[in-house]
Each structure stands twice: as structure tokens, then as C-alpha cells.
Ligand binder design. Structure first.
Ligand SMILES: [Zn+2]
Length: 259
């Protein structure tokens, strides 16, 4: 999410929320934060929605898919059922992502993003949630990411991003650093670093479910990256649903469409 859009996005979100009746009432929220058997892994953006973009590296949609793919592999190795909202370079509407998460029983939802700012010096990790049942998971992921060397902690926050706001199960959105920052942008282009990101997030999820010390880094830790400037072959079995007018990226402000 571009930081520069923050103020504008808050105003637009407020407008949107004013007419929104789709936020689950609190009694419908499910607390599966310690019992979940499935993890819905959401690679942010995709297809015509590139997310944050810097000429110096691949767009956000490419690095989110790579981290999400690595994370999914680690979670499967840790015996979780994993559902990815996309496995290729395809556009998936936000409401479709929500439908996937809400139709996966006994799950949690983890959305992977990278950040962007006009202020090149801004850097660090942020994790967002909406349901109070996701607060602990968000904090655990943030703590693990911030254990990386040189990490900057920009905190855990509540947010009205659609994929967390409309989730019935505990849902978090992780901003894995700023593509606009020289050092974090360089790190994001590095497959070994993305492996570390995925490993820290996987560790937090496994420990959230099974307790501290339960995570064992899988032997597949050095599997090849999928990052590439070229569009990936279509691997998505689920047929994406086209967004209604005004909902798709390019039609709405990037901050709203992006999350
Ligand atoms: Zn994003």
C-alpha cells in the first residue's frame, strides 16, 4: 500500500464504510486462532493490478506471489492444509479473496504485501488485522519479522482493508517492507531474503497454533524462486470473477483496490 495515499485512503475508506453493510457482526466472528487446521495464503495484487512498482525491480505482485508460494510450501511441510488465493499472475477481486477465506473452514488468512512511499527513507514491517481474534497472530508475525537483522518495527495496527475487515476467521495483512526504500527494495529482489521472510511468517503461524519451539524449518528452504519480470503461466484453477465497475484496480485509488 503506498504510504503517500494513506490520508486519502482513510477518507475514501470512511466514505465506503458509511454505506457498507457487509462487515460481519462480532457474534459471527470465529476464534480459530489456536485451533486452525487450514491457512489461506493470499498473494497481494496480480494480473492487471501490479501493486507498488519501482523501475529498479519487479512489481509488488511478483514478490508477493513468491513469498506466498514459499510460505505455502513451509506451511504444508508443517502439516497445514493450505489454500492459495492465486498461484499465478492473475487478477483476483478482493471480494473473491474474501469468499475463499470465509469458505475455508477452521482457517486463518494471511495476506502478503510490500509497501511503497514517496519518502524513500521510510522502511520497516507492519502487520494489520481487524477481528480482535487476529490480534495475537498479527503480533506474533510482526515479532518474528522484526527478529530479522536490521529490521525496523512499524508496529501492529487495526485496519479496514477489505480482506481483513470482511473475514469471519482471524485475518492479517503483512507489509513485508518498502519497495521504495533502497535497502528493503534490494532485499525484496533477493530470493534468499524472501525465503527468510516466508520462514519468519511460517514460524509465527506454526507457533501460534502449536506453541513456542514447535516450528522446524523445512528441508525445502532453498527451493527456487518464481520471481520474474515476465507474466507467469496461468496456473489458477479457480476462474477469477471480474470485478464490478469501480471495484477494480485502475478504477479505484490504489490503496483501496490494493487491499
Ligand atoms: Zn499491496
Amino acid at each position: 500500500m503506498p504510504r503517500s495515499m494513506w490520508g486519502k485512503s482513510i477518507a475514501l475508506c470512511a466514505l465506503f464504510l458509511a454505506g457498507c453493510k457487509t462487515v460481519p457482526p462480532p457474534q459471527q466472528l470465529k476464534n480459530t486462532s489456536h485451533t486452525f487446521a487450514s491457512v489461506v495464503v493470499d498473494a497481494g495484487h496480480g494480473g492487471r493490478d501490479s501493486g507498488a512498482y519501482r523501475r529498479s525491480g519487479p512489481p509488488e505482485k511478483v514478490v508477493t506471489l513468491d513469498v506466498a508460494t514459499r510460505l505455502s510450501r513451509k506451511l504444508r511441510d508443517s502439516q497445514f492444509n493450505v489454500v492459495m488465493t492465486r498461484t499465478g499472475d492473475v487478477f483476483i477481486p478482493l471480494d473473491t479473496r474474501v469468499d475463499i477465506e470465509n469458505s475455508t473452514p477452521n482457517s486463518i488468512f494471511v495476506s502478503i504485501h510490500f509497501n511503497d512511499s514517496r519518502r524513500r527513507g521510510v522502511k520497516g514491517f507492519e502487520t494489520y488485522y481487524h477481528s480482535p481474534y487476529a490480534a495475537e497472530l498479527a503480533q506474533n508475525i510482526q515479532n518474528r519479522l522484526c527478529s530479522l537483522k536490521g529490521a525496523v518495527n512499524r508496529g501492529v495496527h487495526t485496519a479496514d482493508f477489505r480482506v481483513v475487515r470482511k473475514a469471519l476467521y482471524p485475518a492479517v495483512l503483512v507489509e513485508c517492507g518498502y519497495l521504495s526504500n533502497r535497502s528493503e527494495g534490494r532485499e525484496a529482489r533477493n530470493g534468499e531474503y524472501r525465503e527468510l521472510l516466508a520462514d519468519k511468517i511460517a514460524q509465527a503461524i506454526v507457533e501460534q497454533r502449536h506453541g513456542l519451539g514447535a516450528y522446524q524449518a523445512p528441508a525445502t528452504a532453498t527451493a527456487p524462486a518464481v520471481v520474474n519480470q515476465e507474466p507467469q503461466p496461468q496456473q489458477q484453477k479457480r476462474k477469477p470473477v471480474l470485478a464490478p465497475p469501480g471495484e477494480g484496480p485502475g478504477l479505484a485509488p490504489p490503496t483501496l483496490s490494493g487491499h
